[in-house]
Design a protein around this ligand. Structure first.
Ligand SMILES: [Zn+2]
Ligand SMILES: [Zn+2]
Length: 253
C-alpha cells in the first residue's frame, strides 16, 4: 500500500509525500517545517516515518524548508552536487547525500529514479518513485517535456503533474514581458494544455490518479486547470493540489 499527498504545491511552495505503512519520502520541502508537520497531521501522516527528502532543484519554492527539516528529523536531504553548489548557504542542510542524475537510489523499500529535466536551475531533476509494482512520478518545473519524462510517465500509476499556467491568463496578465517569456520558455513551466497533451500521449494505460500541481497564483485558477483536463476525467481520478493546505490523500493498493 502506498499513500501519496501534495503537502504544498504552487509557485510559492512545494512538498510531496509518498509513504507506506512504515516509511516515507518527501520530494522537496519548500515550506516551513511547522507548516509541513501541521499539514501532515491534518492527513493523519507521521513525520517520523520520513527516511529521506529528495530535492529537485535549488529554487526556494522547493528548498526553503530543507535546512530546518533536516535538523529536526536528523534526515538526509538528497540532491545532485551541482544543486548543492547553487543552494544559498542559509538553505544548506546539515545532513546531505548526493546522487548523480540518472542514478537510482534505494531508500528502504523505495527506488528513487532520478533524471534531468528542462528548467532554469543548475541541475534540475525529476523523480519517479517505485515501490513494488507501483510507481509515482513527481514531474513539476518543466519547460518542455524531454524524452526522459515521457518514458518515466509511461511507468506511473499516479503522478504529480505540473499544470502551471493558462496561456490566455499568462499572456494577458500582469507579469512583466521578460517574466512571461521565462515562464513560457523551454526552461520555464508547463501550461495546462502542454501538461494535458503530455499525459494524453505518454501516460501508462493504468494511470489511476493525476494530481494537477504547481499551479501559478497569477496565471491560473484551480477551475481552469481542472476544466482543461476534462478529456481525462472519465479515465482516471484528476485531483487538485493547494498552496495553503494538504491535498486529498490517495491510496495506491
Ligand atoms: Zn523552479
Ligand atoms: Zn517551482
Amino acid at each position: 500500500m502506498l499513500e501519496i499527498c501534495a503537502l504544498a504545491s504552487g509557485s510559492n511552495g512545494n512538498s510531496y509525500y509518498i509513504g507506506n505503512e512504515w516509511e516515507a519520502l518527501l520530494i522537496d520541502a519548500g515550506i516551513s517545517t511547522k507548516q509541513l508537520f501541521l499539514r501532515m497531521q491534518s492527513r493523519g501522516l507521521d513525520p517520523h516515518k520520513i527516511r529521506a527528502v529528495f530535492l529537485t532543484h535549488e529554487h526556494s519554492d522547493h528548498s526553503r524548508g530543507i535546512q530546518v527539516l533536516s535538523k529536526r528529523l536528523s534526515v538526509n536531504i538528497w540532491m545532485s552536487a551541482k544543486t548543492w553548489n547553487s543552494l544559498p548557504v542559509y538553505h544548506r542542510p546539515p545532513w546531505v547525500r548526493f546522487f548523480e542524475p540518472g542514478e537510482t537510489v534505494t531508500i528502504g523499500s523505495f527506488g528513487v529514479h532520478t533524471f534531468l529535466k528542462n528548467h532554469d536551475a543548475a541541475d534540475p531533476c525529476s523523480f519517479r518513485i517505485s515501490h513494488g509494482e507501483k510507481s509515482v512520478g513527481v514531474f513539476t518545473d518543466i519547460g518542455t517535456p524531454c524524452d526522459r519524462v515521457k518514458k518515466e510517465l509511461g511507468e506511473c500509476q499516479a503522478v504529480f503533474m505540473e499544470s502551471n499556467y493558462d496561456e490566455k491568463m499568462l499572456w494577458e496578465g500582469s507579469y512583466p514581458w521578460p517574466l512571461k517569456q521565462r515562464v513560457a520558455s523551454d526552461v520555464g513551466h508547463l501550461s495546462n494544455l502542454q501538461a494535458l497533451q503530455l499525459v494524453q500521449e505518454h501516460a501508462h494505460p493504468g494511470l489511476e490518479c493525476l494530481f494537477l500541481s504547481h499551479l501559478s497564483q497569477e496565471n491560473n485558477t484551480p477551475g481552469k486547470a481542472f476544466t482543461a483536463f476534462e478529456p481525462l476525467h472519465g479515465r482516471m481520478q484528476v485531483k487538485l493540489t493547494d498552496r495553503h493546505a494538504a491535498s486529498d490523500l490517495y491510496r495506491l493498493e
